[in-house]
Design a protein around this ligand. Structure first.
Ligand code: ATP
Ligand code: MG
Length: 578
């Protein structure tokens, strides 16, 4: 490719709305062009990167025994009604009507479609197991599209779905996919951690996420991990042991009574006023889960993890209640307390979930739905309510590993892929069954396996960059090398550069010749920004028969004859692609 012909425009500035490295770099280097929030054109350089990632994914999925197909992007409502998700999916599902007024949606994921494809074709146990995948644009009307390709509305995903006759088959395929994922991300030059995760709207019981651990701001997920054993989980799912020393067992109240606690709206103010540690306070929080109020109780030195709470009430949508919703609940129950003084007493009929930290609290302080008052020296028996216990606690750094008891650490991660055991979540309601050897029918045991192709590209930038630009891993770089003649009007320089370019092309190397009539500084800047893994510069030293060879990743530079440079380049690129 001649740089003078290449359809790319590098910019002086980062895009004004870019907050994270990958969005800044991909925007400035001309890889992506925004059309609307979360919707981008993949420019030629970007498309080359995406196709490379897709091909690695294809090769490894095929090697793992999966088969590629392509399902429609626009889907009819009826299938989503069969699975029950038309109601619960929420606003991320982009719904539309066709000219006959039929409800349709843009595919955010394809469980319904693949399950209907399977039930029409996979009738006998003899046809199973099967794993089918596709690589396709998805649309999710994300509430906060941001970070460029990391959280788009339209993005490319690989989604795979497996069908087995039993759990043992699913187990085997789940492991098979985990191994394929490891190979995929390794080949893309990405180090990932496989962490236990919650399965969110897709449902099911067991799931893992593949996280690129990053020290940039782009990591949206907290990952808790143990250095002494293999435990790692995202914050939606992480559990921990608490150290005994956390709770001060000193007796503060030996009598149960209501006391005045004026203006103590926050836990800090209440601790200050009563001169007590926060571990003595039972905190009551009101959430709205699937439109109904839920009260979460937790020891006040800890925080509630919303997804865990949502799972505890088997909900699909959860958020903290607004002051107006709290006021409404209060009036419904005949109280008029303001937030800060809410408590579980008298809340019969409302679902109350207590975190495990509540279990052994004694003589504690709790709101009783009277403004400026709290009950002190309280015990669970004083509350007169029925509690459901669940682990709804957000793990914090320093708490102890649930497996081995050593301290847990927390880091940020970008989720590039995930694997789920779906079981019969879709096959049962959609009546997608196979016939066993005795002629009895059973729903398929399913798994699903996603990889964000466009997110993986952006994550690779987050993991490989410097102040000058991107440092693509060779395997997914848009081109392997760039040849830069310093002065295109110098015949020897241009001739040598042209020769190197052709030799590399002939060897199957993807190479760009920067034949633009620009200053060397401009060409070097663009080469670094775009992130070609290798650069060969043909400048003045060509009169001594030497060119400069430079490795983008390490900055290593060496002078070679043109023939040596070509040979070393071919060797290094081939080694990297193995
Ligand atoms: P997240 O929690 O980050 O929104 P998710 O749990 O919704 O991800 P899945 O539904 O399992 O993700 O989708 C599979 C993969 O698709 C994810 O692992 C991720 O790599 C990618 N992905 C999901 N949402 C987006 C998005 N808005 N933009 C780009 N890639 C995405
Ligand atoms: Mg999502």
């Amino acid at each position: 490719m001649k740089m003078s012909k290449m359809f790319v425009q590098t910019l002086r500035e980062y895009p004004s709305d870019a907050e994270v490295i990958s969005h800044k770099m991909l925007g400035r280097a001309g890889y992506i062009k925004k059309l609307a929030p979360g919707i981008y054109t993949f420019m030629p350089l970007m498309w080359r990167v995406l196709k490379k990632i897709e091909n690695i994914v294809r090769e490894e999925m095929d090697r793992a025994g999966a088969q590629e197909l392509l399902m429609p992007f626009v889907q009819p409502k009826e299938l989503w009604e069969e699975s029950g998700r038309w109601e619960v999916y929420g606003k991320e599902l982009m719904r539309l009507k066709d000219r006959h007024d039929r409800d349709m949606c843009l595919g955010p994921t394809h469980e319904e479609i693949i399950t209907s494809v399977a039930r029409d074709s996979l009738k006998s146990y003899k046809q199973l197991p099967v794993n089918l995948y596709q690589i396709q644009s998805k649309f999710r009307d994300e509430i906060r599209p941001r970070y460029g390709l990391l959280r788009g509305r339209e993005f490319i995903m690989k989604d795979a779905y497996s069908f087995d006759i039993d759990e043992a088959g699913l187990d085997k395929e789940y492991k098979n996919m985990a191994q394929a994922y490891k190979r995929i991300f390794d080949r893309c030059g990405l180090e990932t951690k496989m962490v236990q995760s919650d399965s969110g709207a897709i449902g099911g019981s067991v799931s893992h996420e593949f996280m690129v651990i990053t020290d940039t701001d782009a990591g949206e997920n907290d990952v808790f991990y143990c250095n002494s054993c293999d435990y790692s989980a995202n914050s939606n799912h992480a559990v921990s042991k608490l150290a005994d020393r956390e709770v001060d067992r000193k007796e503060f109240f030996n009598e149960t009574k209501i006391v005045d606690t004026p203006n103590t709206h926050s836990i800090e103010e209440l601790c200050e006023f009563l001169k007590i540690p926060s571990t003595l306070i039972l905190k009551s929080l009101v959430y709205i889960a699937d439109k109904k109020p839920v009260i979460a109780l937790i020891r006040a030195d800890k925080a509630v993890e919303e997804t865990k709470l949502m799972n505890a009430v088997s909900g699909v949508d959860i958020r903290i209640a607004s002051s107006a919703e709290i006021a409404e609940l209060m009036s419904e129950k005949g109280f008029d307390a303001v937030p800060g003084f809410i408590g579980p007493k008298g809340m019969n009929g409302i679902k109350i979930i207590a975190d495990e930290t509540v279990r052994d609290m004694k003589n504690f302080v709790v709101g009783i739905n009277q403004t400026d008052k709290h009950l002190v020296g309280a015990n669970l028996s004083d509350l007169g309510i029925e509690l459901n216990y669940a682990d709804i606690r957000l793990v914090q750094q320093g708490e102890l590993c649930p497996q081995c008891g050593k301290p847990l650490y927390v880091t940020k991660g970008i989720e590039v892929g995930n694997i789920f055991k779906l079981g019969t979540k879709y096959s049962k309601p959609m009546n997608a069954v196979y016939t066993d050897i005795e002629g009895k029918t059973h729903p398929y045991i399913m798994g699903c396996y996603g990889i964000g192709i466009s997110r993986t590209a952006a994550a690779a930038v987050e993991a490989h960059y410097d102040e000058y630009g991107i440092k693509w891993p060779v395997s997914i770089a848009p081109y392997h090398a760039v040849i830069v003649p310093v002065n295109i009007n110098d015949e020897l320089q241009m001739h040598t550069a042209q020769k190197i370019y052709e030799d590399l092309l002939n060897a199957g190397i993807e190479v760009v010749l920067d034949d633009r009539d620009e200053r060397a500084g401009v060409k070097f800047k663009d080469a670094d920004l775009i992130g070609f893994p290798y650069r060969v510069t043909v400048g003045k030293t060509i009169t001594e028969g030497l060119v400069e060879y430079k490795v983008r990743e390490t900055g290593e530079q060496e002078k070679y004859t043109p023939e040596q440079a070509v040979k070393i380049l071919i060797q290094n690129i081939k080694n990297n692609l193995k």
